[in-house]
Design a binder for this molecule. Structure first.
Ligand code: MG
Length: 375
């Protein structure tokens, strides 16, 4: 539509007036430019409520490192969790984090640059890198005064139900754990030893809830894995994580073609660059922040996995509510969530995302939505 000169002047004045009415927080405050990011970290040990047994090991504690990035008086919180099989420890994480110099960056919003720098400091150390990524996301969300599910444009009410993990144990202990997990709509069963059918039969003797299962690479023979997958399908299991050794791509590709359950890569899929290599052999991937180096790469992994037609599961380690809350902001995008890590420990130090009637329930707080708890 043609605009005459008077309309043009009036519209221009309105636009200029609207601009001057914008909140001053949208312009970059001078003090931000003068501030530096101060980075701190603290080793901590999580106590598990129960001895936790999977196909390859048992344990009662998990070492973690808690991180903080302080900028302009605002603190972002992060966490690295190091279950032993990841190859990281208090020592390796604190050594890595000692090398991280965030004071060289003037603008915390330049997350791509900052996290590429952190990633470049070592080849592995994915949990240590995640602890910086999570603290930076928390900080940036707080500077924007928005939770990450809003920044990503997600509906937090679409967060899924989380499964609750039942570790490998004797039938009476398994029965007890299943009863304690009454609130959860989905149970995740750890398999991969010679008691697999006994585990399933024990659980099925008390509940008909849908089950997911995780063999943690415990099955050695693909025909045995094939038979177990059919058995699990007949017993109400809806998907299976990592049946066999992560290196055995041919066996997983064969199982994908010849069995009825979705087969999810966990140990076989760590980071974004792994997805194209494993996509032909699995039906989906299990993303964990401690593998993916944090929230930013995890988001990219979800996008790529979807583009390649893969299912997506969001998992965790035993972690405080800090890392669990961070992951939960991605949960509206996934098919399955296994975010029970903070429920398995007795000495959490954060309040954040919780589980209400089995559903992942996010807080309306900026950043990743955590506050230090009084415990
Ligand atoms: Mg797994």
């Amino acid at each position: 539509m043609k605009q005459n000169r008077r309309d043009f002047i009036r519209n221009t004045v309105i636009t200029a007036g609207a601009l001057s009415a914008l909140p001053s927080s949208l312009s970059f405050p001078k003090t931000l430019n003068e501030s530096v990011m101060k980075f701190r970290f603290y080793p901590y040990t999580l106590d598990l409520r129960h001895v936790f047994t999977v196909a390859t090991n048992s344990r009662t504690t998990t070492p973690v490192v808690l991180t903080e990035i302080e900028y302009n008086g605002i603190t972002g919180y992060g966490e690295a969790s190091m279950p032993p099989y990841l190859g990281e420890s208090h020592q390796t994480v604190t050594e890595f984090l000692s090398k991280v110099n965030l004071e060289q960056f003037k603008n915390p919003f330049e997350m791509e640059t900052i996290l590429a720098y952190v990633d470049s400091l070592a080849l592995k150390n994915t949990a240590a890198k995640a602890s910086v990524d999570i603290a930076l996301h928390d900080l940036v969300g707080k500077l924007l005064n928005q939770p990450w599910y809003n920044i990503w444009g997600l509906d937090k009410n679409k967060a899924p139900y989380t499964s609750f993990t039942i570790g490998i144990d004797k039938p009476d202990v398994v029965r007890q754990k299943v009863k304690e997990a009454e609130e959860y709509k989905v149970l995740k069963v750890k398999l991969g030893r010679d008691t697999d059918k006994e585990m399933i039969e024990t659980i099925r003797s008390i509940t008909d809830k849908p089950l997911t299962a995780d063999a943690n690479q415990g099955w050695k023979d693909k025909q045995q894995a094939h038979d177990m997958l059919h058995y699990l399908h007949e017993n109400g299991v809806v998907m299976l994580e990592q049946p066999m050794a992560k290196e055995d791509m041919e066996a997983h590709a064969w199982l994908k073609e010849n069995t009825p359950l979705p087969i999810i890569a966990d140990e076989a899929c760590q980071r974004l660059s792994d997805i194209p290599k494993i996509a032909h052999a699995y039906s989906g991937i299990n993303i964990k922040l401690m593998k993916s180096t944090g929230m930013r790469e995890a988001y990219k992994m979800i996008v790529l996995a979807r583009a390649m037609g893969l299912k997506v599961m969001l998992g965790c380690m035993t972690e405080t509510s800090c890392a669990i809350s961070a992951a939960s902001h991605l949960s509206p995008l996934v098919d399955w969530a296994d975010l029970d890590g903070a429920l398995l420990i007795s000495n959490d130090v954060f309040d954040g995302t919780t589980v209400v009637d089995g559903k992942v329930t996010l807080q309306d707080r900026p950043g990743i939505g955590v506050v230090k708890s009084k415990k």
